[in-house]
Design a protein around this ligand. Sequence first.
Ligand code: X8Z
Ligand code: ZN
Length: 611
Amino acid sequence: MTPFKRSATAFFVTSTLLLSACSPQQQAAPVKAEQKQLTQADAEAFLADTEKKLEQLYLESNRAEWIYANFITEDTASLAADVNEKLTVEMVNLATAAAKFDQVALSEDSRRKLDKLKLALTLPAPQDAAKTAEMAKLVAELGGLYGKGKYCKADGSCLSLGDMSAIMASSRDYNEQLEMWQGWREISKPMRPLYQRLIALTNEGAKELGYADTGAMWRSKYDMPADDFAKELDRVWEQVKPLYESLHCHVRSKLAEQYGTDKVALDKPIPAHLLGNMWAQSWGNIYDLVAPQDADPGYDVTELLAKHNYDEIKMVRGAEAFFSSLGFDPLPETFYQRSLFLKPADRDVECHASAWDLDAKDDLRIKMCIQRTGEEFSVIHHELGHNYYQRAYKDQPVYFQESANDGFHEAIGDTIALSVTPGYLKQIGLLDTVPDESKDIGLLLKMAMDKIAFVPFGLMVDQWRWKVFNGDIAPEQYNEAWWQLREKYQGVAAPVARSEADFDPGAKYHVPGNVPYTRYFLAHILQFQFHKALCDIAGNEGAVHRCSIYNSKEAGAKLNQMLEMGSSQSWQQALEVVTGKPEMDATAILAYFAPLQAYLDEQNKGQQCGW
Ligand code: X8Z
Ligand code: ZN
C-alpha cells in the first residue's frame, strides 16, 4: 500500500497510525511522540494539496462511471472497478491523514473541510490492497446486475424494468401485476452473496476509520451526533404517520373494491404489487382507482404532454425553462449533446435516472431513459434540480461541492415540481382551463399518493441497511427482515411467499447501487418547507398547493443563495437561509395536505384502519 505523502513537511500515514485513526464520535488518536507537532499551517497545506488531487481523481472517476453506466460490458465494468479502487485507496488514506489533525486547534473552515474529507466515502474500504480491489469489483458487479436486469418469459421474450414499470402503472389485472412484480425480483437473487461480502468488507473499512460500522458512518454526516440524527428521523416520521395511516386506509378500501376482499383484506397490509409502482413507493399511478367522485381536477399530465406533442427533449426543455424563469442561466449546449435521454435499443445502460457534473465546471448531464409520462416529467425536474445545485456550488472549495446535506440535493428539483400546478400548466399552454377550487381534494389526493405514500418507504430502506451494517440483521435474515420493515412502516406485504432464496432489497436500485436512501425521506419533508418559504417570498397569497413560483426572480435568488453555499455551512444554517428556521419539520407538509386529512377522516369513518 502506497502511503499518502505530503510534500511540504513530509509525514506519512502508516498502517500503525491508521489503526488509531478516529472519528469525531470516537476517542481522539494519540499523537505519536516522535511525530512533529502539527499546526494550523500544516492543515492548510494538506488541504490545499488534497484539493488538487481530489479534483483530478473525481474527474477521472466520473468519466469511468459515466461510461460504465452508459455502456455496461465486462470491459467497462473492469475499468470502472479499477478507477473506483484507486479512488477508494486515496480517499481512505486522505481520511486517515485528516484524522491526524483531530487534536490540532484549527479555524472553523479548516476543521469543516477535514471533517468532510473524513466522511467523504460512502463505502470505506479496509487498508488492504486485495480487499479494496475485491470491494471495487463487487460494487461494479452489483451495479451491472441491476443495470442489465430484465425479466425473460418462458417464450423467450424479455421485458426491461421500464417496460415492466409501465405495466405496473397501467395494468389493473391482479395476475399481470403479480407477474411483473415477481419477474423483476428474479434479477436480485444472484446479488445476495456479493452483497453479503461487500457489507463485511466495508464494515472492516469503517472500523479502521474509527466507526462502529458503515451505517454509523452514514449517520455521522448530518452536522449533529449520529444518534440524535436517528432520533430526529423518528420524530419527523411520527408527525407524518397519522396522515399516512389515513391514506393507507382509504387506498386499501378502494383496492378492496377493485380486487375483492379475498385479495385485499381490510385489516391486513396491502399486497405490494397493486399500488402502481414496482416497489409500492409512490402510488400516484393508481389515482384513478381512488379519484373522488365530485372533486377530480379532470386532467392528467401524461395526456396533456401527448396532446401537445411533447417528446423527451421537449420535456427536458420545458423543465429547463422553469429554472430559467427563476433567473438561473440556461444549461450549456453540451448538456443536450452529452446527456442520455432515451433508452438505447442496442446496449445495456443503467436506466435509473441520475444527474452528473463531470468536471465541476460546466459539463452537466442527465442520464435517463425518459418515458413520456407526467411522472417522468417530475423526475426530469428532479434531475435538473441536481444539475442546478451542482452548478451553483461549483466555485466552493472541492470539500464543500456538495449539498447542505444529501436530502437537500434530492429536494431541489422536487421543490420546483411542486410548482407544476394547474395554473402553471395553463401559463405554459398545456392546459386550457384551470379546474375550480372545488376539485382541490382530487389534486391533493394525487399528490399525497406520490409524496405521503413515499415517506415510510424513504425511511425503511436504511432502517434495513443500518441493521444489516451493524449485524442486527444477519445475512440469513436479509429478506425476512426486509419484509418485516416493509410491513411495519408501509403496511404492505409480499403478495406471494418469499424466502431467503430471494433477495428483494436488491431489486431496488439504491441497494446494489449503494446509494444511501435516508436522503429521500429528508427530501420529502424538506421540499414542502422550501416550497412554502419560496411561495411566501414570491408573494403567494392563495392556498400553498395552488402556488407556483414560476417567474419569481425573488424566489429564485433566495434559492440560489442557499444552493451556492454548497456544504460550506451546516444544513441547519442553509435551511435557515430559505425558510428562516434551522429545523427540519413536518409542519409544512402537514399544512399542505390539511384539507385532504379532513376528507380522508370522513371517508374512513366506520373503517377499521391499520394493519
Ligand atoms: O432515485 C431517485 C432519483 C435519482 S436520485 C430518480 N429517486 C428515488 C427513487 O427513485 O427511489 C427519486 C425519488 C426516490
Ligand atoms: Zn435524485
